[in-house]
Write a protein that binds this ligand. Structure first.
Ligand code: ADP
Ligand code: MG
Length: 458
């Protein structure tokens, strides 16, 4: 019928606009490398990459010893953990954590002190449960690594000012403030005697945690609610000497080569950060489901795809979350029963044909494939910057990229597409030297390790 044809033409046009042929991915990778150079050359040298110096000049050596705490704030969930490190050969002797979701009001309509009081209260509760196997030498103060995954201008390893919020957070009075000072004040208000020894973001934590387990780890990528990357920069590329760990804040990447559609533009316009974090809005978990929803909504409006009226929930932003999209995409049942159930549960849509459900799976596939392939292009950009996109005569060293985040961990199609695309981009010979490793919750452990590296007790 005509309606069906309209829906199919919307699908076809969307697919074309999202296309990521290998040549385009190479252009994206080159643009990424070029921006990295520009961002390193001078402050403000890149309009999109901050290339923030993390002030981590020593990554974990393996000798770290003692009890350390970590906080991880950076998206939907907030984690508190403690680790007992056993020094050389001892590794992580014991580790415990707890996770709570951040109430939505705290993300948007709270004050800075309300947010940090919430964090400090959870930490106080957790410290109270410290039991056997965790040893604090008498008279010493507990120390903490703080993973705070928003753009921060670091002044030292344990101080840094919030540049801006991302990922749906917006607490205006925190912008520009030193988040370690804010946290420390909240710890004082709760009567917690603890020193913040390191402020890191999740990419830096993941890099540190990854390198602790595998010395070949040279970069880290987060694919969760948001997306970001960090890598170890060689000495001569930066004015100062020594290796430097750079937090790219790659979520803010933009290039004219990026395949941006009308749905992405509308999503951006409706967001809290118009014109910013465009790469993140195309590839990360906070947004993928909503891109799908927008395409389905257009089909409902213009092709009467779900009956005569447009289901109201289809018009409501963020009703389709990425984990749900993933479940739809992975439905292997013959009649797409999972898709049928999700449509009913999420949008109140019933009575769809199998053909219609297939189209919905196609939309998920297009959105996930584009995100995964662009993520691979971003990783190629970093490998090029590190000079690891070719195999040098006699160089047998592997390059390991530690990757973490719920999107990478749980969205199988996304993950396998990312991995196969990276191999395709690198070619067989180089692909054998580059390893993508899932760093399971490296960021929390990594922050505790960095606190240990920067402990007040030598
Ligand atoms: P954060 O990025 O908030 O620190 P995570 O790394 O745990 O936390 O990532 C959580 C995000 O991962 C969710 O917001 C969601 O977008 C995505 N995610 C979680 N589970 C799945 C899933 N099953 N399929 C696809 N995406 C998922
Ligand atoms: Mg995280």
């Amino acid at each position: 019928s005509g309606r069906r044809n309209t829906a199919m033409s919307i699908l076809k046009e969307f697919e074309e606009k999202c296309a990521t042929p290998i040549g385009k991915l190479r252009q994206v990778a080159d643009a990424m490398t070029a921006e990295m150079h520009a961002g390193l050359a001078s402050e403000g040298g890149s309009s999109m990459f901050k290339m923030l110096n993390s002030h981590v000049d020593n990554l974990p050596s393996g000798d770290e010893n003692g009890l350390f705490y970590a906080l991880d704030l950076g998206g939907t969930n907030f984690r508190v953990l403690r680790v007992q490190l056993g020094g050389r050969d001892g590794c992580v002797v014991k580790q415990e954590f707890t996770e709570v979701s951040v109430p939505h009001e705290l993300m948007t309509s709270a004050t800075s002190s309300e947010l940090f009081d919430f964090i400090a209260k959870e930490l106080a509760r957790f410290i109270d449960t410290e039991g056997e196997g965790f040893i604090l030498p008498p008279g010493s103060q507990r120390e903490l690594g703080f993973t705070f995954s928003f753009p921060v201008k670091q002044l030292s390893i344990a101080s840094g000012n919030l540049i801006k919020w991302t990922k749906g957070f917006s607490i205006d009075d925190a912008v520009g403030k030193d988040v370690v000072v804010e946290l420390t004040k909240a710890l004082d208000r709760q009567g917690i005697d603890m020193r913040v020894a390191a402020l890191v973001n999740d990419t830096i934590g993941t890099l540190a945690g990854g390198k602790y387990l595998n010395n070949d780890v040279a970069a880290a990528v987060i694919l969760g609610t948001g997306t970001n990357a960090a890598y170890v920069e060689r000495a001569h590329a930066i004015p100062k000497s020594g290796e430097m760990v750079i937090n790219m804040e790659w979520g803010n990447f933009w290039s004219s080569h990026l395949p941006v559609t009308e749905y992405d533009q509308a999503l951006d316009q409706d967001s809290l950060s118009v014109g910013e974090q465009i790469f993140e809005k195309i590839i990360s978990g906070m947004y993928l489901g909503d891109i799908v929803r927008r395409v389905l909504c257009k089909m409902a409006e213009e092709a009467v795809f779900f009956g005569d009226i447009v289901p109201p929930k289809l018009k409501t932003p963020f009703t389709l979350r990425t984990p749900e999209m993933s479940a739809i995409h992975h439905d292997t049942s013959a009649n797409l029963r999972v898709v049928e159930r999700k449509l009913k549960d999420i949008f109140g849509i019933t009575g769809t044909s199998l053909e219609t459900r297939r189209v919905i799976v196609d939309v998920c596939n297009i959105v996930a494939t584009r995100g995964a392939r662009l993520s691979a292009a971003g990783i190629l950009g970093i490998l090029k910057k590190m000079g690891k996109d070719t195999v040098k005569e006699g160089d047998k060293q592997r390059t390991v990229i530690a990757v973490d985040g719920g999107l990478f961990e749980h969205y199988t199609e996304f993950r396998s597409c990312l991995e196969s695309t990276l191999s395709e981009l690198l070619g067989d010979e180089v692909a054998r030297t580059v390893v993508i490793e899932h760093a399971n919750d490296g960021s929390g452990t990594g922050a505790a390790l960095l606190a240990a590296c920067h402990s007040q007790y030598p």
